[in-house]
Design a protein around this ligand. Structure first.
Ligand SMILES: [Zn+2]
Length: 134
């Protein structure tokens, strides 16, 4: 029986090599069996902030479905270093402070991180408020 860390490592390696994969292709490339195990482990990695899952197009099988990818660095217009210095180490306070400014983010329990989901739906104003209020 495979251990969870080994399965998660195989998933992370497959995503590192392929960039974006649906669960079926991830199971194939990472050699994770049964296929449902790839879904289960990928969702566990999401909770750790190590994998993102979103609706998208799998470049391997070309099906529109939920795809997995490694986190990409955010490229704000302001230098990231200035935002990082303002973090107080208490993510739940950051979540509340941002909520007061109309920016919804979430605390990743046990990691001390705050996750902001940024995509095509995010306005420039929201990104500016996020960076200004970190
Ligand atoms: Zn696929």
């Amino acid at each position: 029986m495979r251990s969870r860390p080994a399965t998660e490592e195989k998933i992370l390696r497959a995503l590192s090599a392929a960039d974006v994969l649906c669960d079926d292709c991830l199971a194939d490339l990472a050699a994770v069996r049964p296929r449902q195990q790839a879904n289960k482990r990928a969702r566990a990695l999401v909770l750790q902030g190590r994998v993102f899952r979103e609706q998208g197009l799998c470049p391997r099988c070309r099906h529109a479905r939920i795809v997995n990818r490694l986190p990409r660095p955010i490229t704000p217009r302001l230098p990231l270093g200035s935002a990082v210095r303002k973090l107080d180490g208490r993510p739940w306070f950051t979540v509340e402070r941002l909520r007061e400014h109309g920016v919804i983010v979430r605390d990743l329990p046990g990691l001390g991180w705050v996750r902001a989901s940024i995509g095509f739906w995010t306005s420039d104003d929201e990104i500016e408020r996020l960076v200004e209020n970190l």
